[in-house]
Design a protein around this ligand. Structure first.
Ligand SMILES: Cc1ncc(COP(=O)(O)O)c(C=O)c1O
Length: 377
């Protein structure tokens, strides 16, 4: 494909170093919970602006550990409906019940006013998801609401490595944050996740939960209902290498986004505006085509006629419409339903040339015109 939806980038020099480090690791026999995991955690805590970071097997397990450590079982957790399945699923796996909240069209994040109306005596936590790497500027308001209600705010920062608001990094706004290193994320470890927190109790419990609930690495004394949620040393080596590239990758993505911003002006396609005072890592470049556009037909045209793959939406359908959450679903959440059904995500990667971004916009404009002509005919 001329322009793929995403491109995973592990530079050649990094691959050489990663292979050498993995070789030494294999020779040493220490393949999990060793020095590479510890170094990755230390470096990640600095990126997230927290005192602790705990490496896990995935972003999903990072979320479940946080919800277990908070103790959501038997209570409710307010989760934005516009998120990945793993956010509400982790709540339910930890024994909580999800209350879905509406979407704020300005940021694709949680609707703070709806959170206010959902809070109640059973609420055990509120989750904010930094969709596409955008941190909502209403997060201070959300922090205030949570503090007054005595309820912790959790960040699902799976999209937001290195994004900031008011100079503060994603991961430092809530009691704890979950990050993902799934291959399509801004940085990857192959698979893996990270909990960032400045809460000593969550740090301590998370380390126990991720290792089968054992009180210590060498003990067989199980104090919590944990699981095998460890990150292996080879994964930590890849993750550590990618983390060192984060500023460079974000700068490259921001350059692509600047080309899109410039070339989309006047085309009728409206990019999601990055809030004042914030920086976005551009995990996704979100844009809204004109009303009435058939998104799947547009994607098909771009793929088949122009060899351009649009990236996956965030999200194609809101979670309250997923059958698995049926009984808890909040009925109609029309703003999220509308945004999810209409928006598109343009391809972006750390190695995308400006010319490719220009070709995407040119192709998009042509494909939209073709769809208009076809509709009018
Ligand atoms: C918003 C969100 N939450 C959680 C996850 C789960 O992360 P992982 O795939 O590492 O389990 C993802 C990743 O796909 C995500 O996008």
């Amino acid at each position: 494909m001329r322009i793929p939806p995403a491109k995973i980038h592990i530079p050649e020099e990094d691959r050489t170093q990663i292979l050498a480090a993995i070789d030494a690791c294999l020779a040493s026999g220490q393949l999990t919970l060793g020095k590479h995991g510890a170094a990755f955690e230390e470096a990640f805590a600095r990126t997230a602006g927290t005192t602790h970071a705990i490496a896990t097997s995935s972003g999903t397990s990072a979320l479940e550990i946080i919800f277990r450590a908070i103790g959501v079982a038997g209570g409710e957790v307010i989760v934005p409906t516009n998120t990945f399945f793993a956010t509400p699923a982790a709540v339910e796996h930890a024994g909580g019940v999800v209350r879905f909240a509406e979407c704020d069209p300005a940021t694709f994040s949680i609707d703070v006013d709806h959170v206010r109306s959902l809070l109640g005596p059973k609420t055990r936590a509120v989750v904010v998801v930094h969709i596409g790497g955008v941190i909502t500027p209403r997060i201070a308001e959300l922090q205030g609401i949570c503090a007054r209600a005595g309820v912790p705010l959790v960040e699902d920062a799976a999209h937001a490595h290195g994004s900031t608001l008011g100079g503060k990094p994603a991961g430092s706004f809530g009691i704890a944050a979950a990050f993902s290193f799934y291959p399509t994320k801004v940085i990857t470890a192959g698979e893996g996740g990270m909990i960032a927190t400045s809460d000593d109790r969550i740090d301590e419990q998370a380390r126990v939960y991720r290792d089968q609930g054992k009180a210590g690495f060498t003990s067989n004394f199980h104090t919590l209902l944990g699981n095998n949620w460890r990150l292996s040393e080879p994964h930590a080596i890849i993750g550590g290498s990618q983390l060192a590239r984060l500023p460079e990758f974000i700068a490259a993505r921001q350059r692509v986004a600047a080309v899109y911003d410039r070339l989309l002006a006047g085309t009728g396609v409206e990019p999601l505006r990055i809030p004042e005072g914030s920086t976005c890592n551009y995990y996704k470049y979100i844009a809204m085509p004109p009303a009435g556009v058939d998104r799947s037909a547009l994607k098909k045209t771009l793929r088949e006629r122009y060899d351009v793959g649009l990236s996956g939406e965030v999200y194609e359908a809101p979670c309250h419409l997923q059958p698995v959450f049926g009984p808890q679903a909040a009925g109609s959440l029309p703003v999220a339903e509308e945004l999810c059904s209409r928006h598109i995500c343009l391809p972006v990667s750390a190695v995308m040339p400006d010319d490719d971004a220009a070709y995407v916009v040119e192709s998009l404009v042509k494909a939209l015109a073709e769809q208009r002509v076809a509709t009018e005919a």
